[in-house]
Design a protein around this ligand. Structure first.
Ligand SMILES: Cc1cc2nc3c(=O)[nH]c(=O)nc-3n(C[C@H](O)[C@H](O)[C@H](O)COP(=O)(O)O)c2cc1C
Length: 178
């Protein structure tokens, strides 16, 4: 029988969660999530990320007006805005890739803690307004907002049948193998 691999299991079982119940998130949980971002790889280990933690309901309310996905932000007890720090940047493509890796680390940690979250990119249409709202310096460029919390019961997980079809098969994606 195949040995259970917790990393592969987490990668496969994580799904975007957009509905949350009212249970709060602890500081320890937030720290674990952010710490996992720090361990993402980055080009020349330049660690080009910066984070803003958003918990205040009225601030979340203001943030929610800046995206079509405002209801997700309002319902989530915590959001983390992820910025690219241009003072640490050396190659935009590689920096953005590193930020993506840090976000995936956070999403996997959120999942592994029994929480749920979603990567919000649509809000980037208002990235300057988000930066202003959060008092971010001019050197910081918004890359994403992650909204997370305790998943509403019905959101907890998808069965095998619901999950199949959510990804193209590998055969459609590998174009060279020699
Ligand atoms: C760069 C990026 C931007 C995204 N932006 C949004 C968004 O603005 N709103 C949203 O609800 N989901 C957003 N998502 C989540 C995707 O919709 C989701 O990851 C995709 O449908 C696959 O579903 P899964 O995460 O459950 O596997 C984004 C994901 C990525 C990687």
């Amino acid at each position: 029988m195949e040995k259970k691999n917790v990393v592969i299991e987490a990668i496969r079982m994580r799904r975007s969660i957009r509905k949350f119940d009212k249970r709060p998130i602890t500081d320890d949980e937030i720290n674990l999530i952010l710490e996992s971002a720090l361990w993402a790889p980055s080009g020349m280990n330049n660690q080009p990320w910066k984070f803003a933690i958003i918990r205040d309901p009225s601030l979340k309310e203001s943030l929610s007006t800046l995206t079509h996905y405002g209801s997700v932000i309002q319902e989530a007890p915590v959001c983390i805005a992820v910025f690219l720090d241009h003072t640490r940047s050396y190659d935009r493509t590689k920096d953005v890739q590193a930020i993506g890796a840090s976000i995936q680390n956070m999403l996997l940690t959120i999942h592994s803690l029994g929480l749920g979250g979603v990567w919000l990119g649509e809000i980037l249409k208002n990235k300057e307004k988000v930066a202003e709202l959060l008092g971010a310096g001019k050197e910081l460029e918004l890359m994403a907002v992650i909204a997370f919390g305790h998943p509403k019961e019905e959101m907890k997980g998808l069965g095998e049948r619901e999950r199949s079809g959510m990804r193209d098969p590998l055969g459609k994606k590998v174009f060279f193998n020699q």
